[in-house]
Design a protein around this ligand. Sequence first.
Ligand SMILES: [Ca+2]
Ligand SMILES: [Ca+2]
Length: 126
Amino acid sequence: MDYKNVSIGNSTLCIKLHVNNLIFNDAMTMCESEKAKLIVVTTKEQIADLKTFVGPYDWVLLGMSDEAVETHWVSWTGEDVSPYWNSGEPNNMNNEDCICVSHLGPGLVDTSCYGYLPFLCHKSFW
Ligand SMILES: [Ca+2]
Ligand SMILES: [Ca+2]
């Protein structure tokens, strides 16, 4: 799969799903090698569209973390974010500091930054 323009929430984003699983830091490096970044989505509507796009792939990594300050979620640009979470999340189980979409519910879940997962790159003009 290559980059495609996909309707996500109110925007059209140029995105690509990688299914060669990587940990968070390596996923970001892979996106950067394609002049992209891990995607940042936070609203229920954006998340619903993203789930449709990833189809059967689950636990897909996004570009946000609370690694620097626990419970303070920021995007890779350093911007504060308030993601729409699944019920019971984020639960920081075993120190989960990254975020993925999961088909378990309508929102996002926190997950380990060291798990090997599929991930979504977003190409834009930064
Ligand atoms: Ca955490
Ligand atoms: Ca969690």
